[in-house]
Design a protein around this ligand. Sequence first.
Ligand code: ADP
Ligand code: MG
Length: 346
Amino acid sequence: MEQKKPTMLSEIGEFGLIDRLTSNRKLVHTSSIKAVGDDAAVIDAGDHCMLVTTDLLVEGIHFNLVYTPLKHLGYKAVSVNVSDIYAMNAEPRQITVSIAVSGKFSLQALEELYSGIYMACDKYNVDLVGGDTSSSVTGLTLSITAIGVAKREEIVYRSGAQTNDLICVSGDLGAAYIGLQLLEREKAIFEKDPSLQPDLEGHDYIVGRQLKPEARGDIIKLLKEHKIQPTAMIDISDGLSSEILHICKNSDKGCRIYQEKIPIDHTTALMAEEFNIEPLICALHGGEDYELLFTVPLRDFDKVKELKEIHIIGKVMDKEENALMVSSGGNTIQLRAQGWDGLAER
Ligand code: ADP
Ligand code: MG
């Protein structure tokens, strides 16, 4: 009998795998309004909806404890989950925290991790309501689930973008990635010669963006205050390019973004130059910025242009127009997803 060759996960990638594992499954409850495929699942809870999202952080894959203080790790783990709740235009309410720890961790180390988790709970106004604890053979694995609420009509999906909508992004991009490059460089120097101390002086912003990202609940509040309801939204965990393509694919649209409109902090650009990396590449493919990428109707242009934390970077087009970036030199470049893929060959 002919044996079928097993498919390597690196051949299909993270999103290909999720699709293969989940796309043929039918939902049995009408309360499951949105299942797999957005930043959070949406569940009908009567007069409102509940939102649920999970993220998994694995030592050696998502974080390196050589330069990640446990308190920062706890804070970041909550932030990245809450960010997915905000990306649905919802309000976070509760989290659960599950950990698997090896014998190298002490009580004090885990208390340090939890001090970061609780700091984030205070910041985002959420309660820790449970979790699970296990031992592990090597290192630390941390999984957080966040639960949020929203009125059904306020929820924003990746799929709602309309032709001619404005494409907007909050804050600035690429800093978390270049901060990681700096931390990795200093780690390598230290490992070669432990008498040399890491030189992070003057790089607080980019290092902070990597180690202690903030979920942009302030942007959700700002949009509500100005009565701006996005048509589609996603948070930027894998890089601008990958996330725009998610919105385009789910909305069945194309887009045009403009290189010169992409917000990049000057400290990001300076450090990128030091590494001989185009700052643009950090913004398009770096990831972990946890800014919000969203689309708004053209009629909101006057309102949005007054908000200095929000940058209009392009517009939604018909699908046939493709997903393109106009470079500063005037060339058009096809947008590609080259950001973080959890299953890419390493
Ligand atoms: P995000 O980057 O916003 O956290 P992901 O890219 O991790 O989202 O996940 C995309 C979608 O796939 C989400 O709806 C998520 O719940 C779902 N998903 C991811 N992994 C699995 C899995 N192993 N089984 C079922 N659903 C999954
Ligand atoms: Mg997300």
